[in-house]
Design a protein around this ligand. Structure first.
Ligand code: NAP
Length: 248
């Protein structure tokens, strides 16, 4: 039976690129998304047209009941879970901290931090040898923002990604003797729709001259790092990070 991977936020951008590459590597892929049915179904169709296996499940990772339903759908469909990519993430319009209200900050934290925790919890319950599982691997999508801070843009988002890094380090140690590796990828400026949701679709063009490699990156370049960390080639890597940021 194929290995099974669950990728949150896989209808677009980096998550979709991870889904396509994972399918090529032989995984059956659960394509999670929140709103965009058409985009998620399109990812499934591309995978199936190439002879792979995938299915889409709508669920908001910030909602505990949705997360339970998402993992139950994987159980029912596949009966196993080998890999989780905590990729679903959001940011809000560019703003200085002095203009942020609690509703905005909590919305970012609920998806990026609580969502990653809830999905990691469900994955550990299934993968841990302590719970009768066969082990597995988790990759959390952080950001170079966790280190750089995103001043004048979205410090709340950067803080949420720093929390994701702490989750990666702490959880990796908790489950290191239970067959589960937990690692992070910190992308830099990647060409996806996310920048438009921050209010600046052309953000990469504005900032690319400040990147040592003088360009933005692609979702496929990030997916390659994610799939390597999930693979057996990374069998001694846990609690660590790959920055995919052109040197930024
Ligand atoms: P994106 O193009 O905006 O896509 C976001 C994806 O997440 C969509 O599939 C969306 O589904 C899904 N999603 C959003 N909220 C969700 C929720 N609550 N529950 C389930 N799914 C949800 O984003 P991206 O640029 O590919 O970013 C992917 C990850 O990489 C994020 O964690 C982001 O922070 C990180 N990252 C991105 C960059 C970059 O430059 N793009 C840089 C560093 C880190 P729907 O469309 O159905 O809502």
């Amino acid at each position: 039976m194929d290995k099974t991977i669950l990728i949150t936020g896989a209808s677009r951008g980096i998550g979709a690129a991870c889904a396509l590459l994972a399918a090529r590597r032989g995984y059956t892929v659960c394509v999670n998304y929140r709103d965009n049915d058409a985009a998620a179904n399109a990812v499934v169709q591309v995978i199936e047209a190439a002879g792979g296996h995938a299915f889409a499940v709508a669920a908001d990772v910030a909602e505990e009941d949705d997360v339970a339903r998402l993992f139950a759908a994987v159980d029912a469909r596949c009966g196993r879970l080998d890999a989780l990519v905590n990729n679903a993430g959001i940011l809000a319009r560019q703003s200085r901290v002095e203009h942020m209200d609690a509703a905005r900050i909590n919305r970012i934290l609920a998806t990026n931090v609580t969502g990653s925790f809830l999905c990691a919890r469900e994955a550990v319950r299934r993968m841990s040898t302590k719970h009768g599982g066969n082990g597995g691997a988790i990759v959390n999508l952080s950001s170079r923002a966790a280190v750089l801070g995103s001043a004048n843009e979205y410090v709340d988002y950067a803080a949420s990604k720093a929390a994701v890094d702490a989750l990666t380090i702490g959880l990796s140690k908790e489950v290191a003797q239970e067959g589960i590796r937990v690692n992070g990828v910190r992308p830099g400026l990647i060409d996806t729709d996310m920048h438009a949701s921050g209010g600046e679709p052309g953000r990469i063009q504005r900032l690319q001259s400040s990147v040592p490699m003088a360009r933005g990156g692609t979702a496929e370049e990030v997916a390659a790092a994610v799939l390597w960390l999930l693979s057996d080639e990374a069998s001694y890597a846990t609690g660590t990070f790959i920055d995919v940021s052109g040197g930024r």
